[in-house]
Design a protein around this ligand. Structure first.
Ligand SMILES: C[S@@+](CC[C@H](N)C(=O)[O-])C[C@H]1O[C@@H](n2cnc3c(N)ncnc32)[C@H](O)[C@@H]1O
Length: 371
């Protein structure tokens, strides 16, 4: 069988713990999902096979730091509900992810506290396997979680002529991203359907375009992706980067609407229904940019501008680095990308009230029918 391609060569979060220390907002997004995850746990029937370990997984976990407190609460609730049952927790991400930071975090040696340290009966594993493949053995996953990861598609289906992100794509280019995004979503769900036990659940928290057309960094004021695009175009127009490099810089991402998330799960005759999957719950939520909130309280622009750029950089830097011609020396590529983010910081300093990165997510629970 040919393995699907994935975007692992072009994306990764900044490593060495940078990701979770610079993405306070992503943790806020996950903390907000805690009641949904605890409800999903409550609904699990763990009575049947007392010897079978309970399977938990975090798909697209990065360094694990942002979800660790929430997972600690889930494991505690699980132990209370299923006394004596071992719990197998799998952190998965792309193979180039910084897994050593995941393990430092789970052992309480990283930057994420001691939420999972020394919990008896908890067995932690890592898998550097894309969620576009089956990661876990069939029928071994009771509760799967993923946050802010499944907008990364298997690759950009085409260059976007006048933008760096599908939110700015039009016509045939938008159609190509939509088709790829929808195919990829169905693939993710199909693999999870194999992994889930009957009656198992997924709580998935994904970037979305909400009912009012809002999405990450586009909730009023400056549009973050338009700002990225404007500054990258400026480097092209000044001759710092070539037209080819501008064209080759595309986020391999697709943000779905609620209708698009629902589509394969609502299709009564579709393959996912045949595998027992259905949507139990979906709602959209906005989590305000924590760095903007701090700025509104403190008025400290010298703290706000670098903090906002730091969080943008934690997830976007590899896209801009990889858009540059690899024939350029690494130091030269770094210099260009540093200048690019410095120019974003300048934009913030000129009009701080216009800039923020509010998070816009769809929170959903998917259930696999009980046997
Ligand atoms: C923005 S981070 C989110 C990390 C964490 N879940 C959170 O919410 O803070 C997105 C993560 O998804 C991972 N990712 C992207 N595509 C993936 C894929 N195909 N399979 C597994 N992980 C993937 C990235 O490597 C990255 O670590």
């Amino acid at each position: 069988m040919t393995q699907p391609s994935d975007a692992s060569t072009t994306i990764s979060m900044k490593s060495g713990g940078y990701y979770s220390t610079r993405t306070k907002g992503a943790k806020d997004v996950i903390d907000k999902a805690t009641p949904l995850v605890l409800n999903a746990l409550e609904a699990l029937d763990l009575g049947g096979e007392p010897a079978r370990p309970v399977g938990l997984a975090d798909f697209g976990a990065a360094d694990g730091g942002t979800s660790m407190e929430m997972i600690g609460r889930v494991v505690a609730a699980l132990h209370a509900k299923a006394l004596g049952r071992p719990v197998v927790l799998t952190y998965s991400d792309l193979p180039n992810n910084d897994f050593s930071q995941v393990f430092l975090n789970t052992q309480g040696l990283g930057t994420a506290g001691e939420h999972l340290k020394d919990i008896e009966g908890l067995f932690v594993f890592g898998s550097g396997t894309s969620f576009y493949r089956q990661i876990l053995p069939p029928g071994s996953l009771d509760l799967g979680f993923s946050a802010t990861a499944m907008h990364w598609i298997t690759g950009a289906p085409c260059p976007i002529s006048d933008h760096v992100h599908a939110v700015g794509a039009k016509g045939a280019e938008l159609a190509a991203f939509t088709e790829r995004g929808m195919l990829d979503w169905a693939t993710i769900l199909r693999h999870r359907a194999h992994e889930l036990v009957p009656g198992g659940r997924l709580v998935l928290v994904n970037f979305c375009i909400d009912e009012d057309g809002r999405y990450l960094g586009n909730t009023g004021g400056a549009n973050m992706f338009d700002t990225f695009n404007m500054l990258w175009q400026r480097l092209r127009d000044r001759g710092t980067i070539t037209a080819e490099e501008y064209r080759d810089t595309n986020f391999p991402q697709f943000y779905k609407t609620v209708e698009q998330f629902r589509a394969p799960l609502d299709d009564a005759d579709g393959p996912l229904r045949g595998m027992g999957l259905s949507l139990e719950h979906i709602e959209t939520q906005i989590v305000p940019c924590p760095y903007k909130a701090d700025y509104l309280t403190s008025g400290d622009l010298d703290a706000f501008a670098p903090a906002l750029v730091g969080t943008l950089r934690s997830w976007s830097e590899t896209v801009f680095m990889n858009g540059l011609n690899p024939a350029r020396a690494l130091a030269e590529r770094r210099k260009i990308v540093d200048a690019f983010y410095a120019s974003y910081e300048d934009e913030i300093r000129v009009a701080p009230d216009a800039h923020a990165m509010d998070y816009v997510h769809a929170y959903m629970t998917v259930v696999k029918a009980a046997a």
